[in-house]
Design a protein around this ligand. Structure first.
Ligand SMILES: Cc1ncc(C[n+]2csc(CCOP(=O)(O)OP(=O)(O)O)c2C)c(N)n1
Ligand SMILES: [Mg+2]
Length: 299
């Protein structure tokens, strides 16, 4: 079978077990609470992205990454690269859930002398591999890292988290070409397609669709899933494990997500890129999050 004849429809992995899915859903729920608590410290921030990407980050940290919570620089770790520095609030929630950052420390988010600045900084935060605020560089670094790790004989994986806004950047596509050329089967890109950018809806800023076909044309093992569905995310990761790594092909999971997911008050908010949330609204947000989670958990 040639590389090009492998595609996402040929998924072979069996469906993820229900307990595995519910454990990721529970982790994502706790991470959303962490994000709301951090957002409240500042009264504003990239809360919508943290809520939207919580299921992805929960699946990555709770199910996929190999790491040692007490030794974030352990050489044998998998690398998670957050391209989008402004999503740091979501990443901190995942690092807390993973035991890499103490939960109590989250209340320092964005404050002077905190290890948790509003934009992700590798020199400040344990578990933050890169400083990714300048968009479009994460995948290029991931490709270099994958080449370097391979040269060292490492079997570590590299997972790069990108936003849909980063697909506007030429460097992302140069890296995509390079990854395929070098057959970087240990590299996975996860793209948060929330259809939003700083200046408005993605399709009004720069239309990137059809995104799936673009990644396929660049030679990647490509899957598109509901990025707020833990079961779909786990199934996509399982397909990667059973297919693309074996043939030395980089893989991408394109995740359609909803900004503010889990908190109806925020899901419908205008100006969602950087949210200002009134003092009295934080508790409403927490209550809505809990009600939604308990409603679906018992369904
Ligand atoms: C190279 C670069 N250009 C512009 C910016 C300014 N900027 C910060 S966030 C952002 C939006 C990018 O889109 P996306 O990450 O999809 O936005 P979100 O989904 O978080 O609203 C932009 C243009 C930047 N950080 N880096
Ligand atoms: Mg976006």
């Amino acid at each position: 079978m040639t590389l090009s004849s492998l595609d996402a429809s040929e998924a072979t992995a069996s469906a993820p077990a229900p307990e595995r899915i519910s454990s990721i859903r529970a982790a994502a729920y706790r991470m959303r609470h962490h994000a709301l608590n951090m957002g409240e410290v500042q009264g504003q921030g990239y809360v919508g992205q943290a809520l939207g990407a919580a299921d992805i980050l929960a699946a990555v940290y709770g199910d996929q990454l190999r790491f040692r919570a007490d030794d974030p620089h352990w050489e044998g770790r998998d690398r998670f690269l957050l391209s989008t520095g402004h999503y740091a609030i979501g990443h901190y929630a995942a690092l807390a859930e993973a035991g890499i950052v103490p939960v109590e420390e989250l209340e320092t988010y964005g404050s002077d002398d905190s290890r948790l600045p509003m934009s992700g900084m590798s020199t400040y935060t344990p578990g933050m591999e890169i400083s990714g605020g300048s968009l479009g560089h994460g995948l290029t670094i991931a490709v270099g890292m994958a080449l370097g790790l391979r040269a060292q004989g490492s079997d570590s994986r590299i997972i790069n988290f990108l936003s849909d806004g980063e697909l506007d950047e030429g460097s992302t596509w140069e890296a995509a070409m390079g990854a395929h050329h070098h057959q970087l089967g240990k590299l996975t890109a996860v793209v948060d397609i929330n259809a939003l950018q700083a200046d408005g809806a993605t399709d009004t800023v720069l239309r990137t669709e059809p995104v799936t076909e673009k990644w396929e044309a660049f030679g990647w093992y490509t899957q598109r899933v509901d990025g707020n569905d833990a079961g779909a995310l786990l199934a996509a990761f399982d397909n990667i494990a059973s297919r693309s790594a074996a043939v030395g092909r980089p893989s991408v999971i394109l995740c359609d997500t909803r900004v503010g997911r889990g908190v109806p008050l925020l899901e419908n908010r205008e100006k969602a890129h950087f949210m200002r949330i009134e003092e009295h609204e934080w508790q409403i947000c927490r209550e809505q999050l809990t009600a939604g989670y308990e409603g679906t958990a018992s369904a």
